[in-house]
Write a protein that binds this ligand. Structure first.
Ligand SMILES: C[S@@+](CC[C@H](N)C(=O)[O-])C[C@H]1O[C@@H](n2cnc3c(N)ncnc32)[C@H](O)[C@@H]1O
Length: 220
């Protein structure tokens, strides 16, 4: 095994084993410059960003509105959405290093440092669409308060499209939180698909599409 492959595998393993935000930020500071190339490699073939963008672009009029790419990383989802015609995309991420790479794509209107394990510092109903790919994974962000925050941040009938690693869909409480939001009448589940995630590595994710219902007061 080459040194490059060993390094990539070590970074991936470290990403999934992050114990806290500081570890996560340090990991992505090291990984940011090679992240895109590492995950594009055939042995990884990270298809989640492209599939997320495809799901968004089905909502034609929403996709022409304001989009928040939460956990945007280096901007793979933003780039794919922009190629499909989206023009107003904000990004938010925990890692300054990943945001610097995202900035070089030129597709984001704004890029903010932010923490999805906390309330997001943006007003209610700011966005038509929120995307979140690759960030609901081991050692990163859990379902609460993030999913409820996404619902707060989209307008009525706004759309949330997120990938959730299959390993943690049930055990991490994501399915339960989606069901809770639906029971509370805050969302309608438009679809939950089992998709390829890192196709080369054979892992899977749920691609969840939620539509906000009404304008009920949402508390984190
Ligand atoms: C696997 S990357 C996915 C990035 C991008 N969406 C993609 O699909 O390539 C996970 C991203 O989540 C970000 N992240 C981890 N914890 C976070 C948190 N608490 N708040 C916001 N972003 C976080 C990391 O900095 C990293 O950029």
């Amino acid at each position: 095994m080459s040194t490059l492959v060993r390094t990539r595998d070590t970074l991936l393993a470290r990403a999934r084993g992050c114990n806290d935000k500081e570890e996560c930020r340090a990991l992505y500071a090291e990984w940011a410059s090679t992240y895109n190339a590492d995950l594009a490699d055939a042995s990884e073939n990270y298809v989640a960003p492209a599939l997320t963008a495809q799901a968004v672009l089905k909502f034609d009029s929403h996709a022409r509105g304001a989009i928040l790419d939460a956990g945007c990383g280096t901007g793979l989802v933003g780039e794919a959405m922009a190629r499909g015609g989206a023009t107003t995309i904000d990004g938010l991420d925990l890692s300054p290093a990943m945001l610097r790479v995202a900035e070089q794509t030129g597709v984001y209107r704004s890029l903010d440092l932010g923490d999805l394990t906390q309330k997001v510092d943006k007003p209610d109903e700011t966005y038509d669409i929120i995307t979140c790919a690759g960030t609901f994974t081991h050692g990163h962000v859990g379902p609460r308060p993030a999913l409820r925050e996404f619902v707060r941040l989209v307008r009525k009938n706004g759309i949330v499209v997120a990938t959730i690693l299959e390993d943690i869909w049930l055990s991490g409480g994501f399915k339960a939180e989606v069901e809770r939001l639906e029971t509370e009448g805050l969302i309608k589940v438009a679809s939950v698909e089992l998709i390829d995630y890192r196709k080369g590595a054979g892992d899977k994710a749920r691609l969840v599409t939620l539509e906000k219902q009404g304008s009920a007061l949402i508390t984190g």
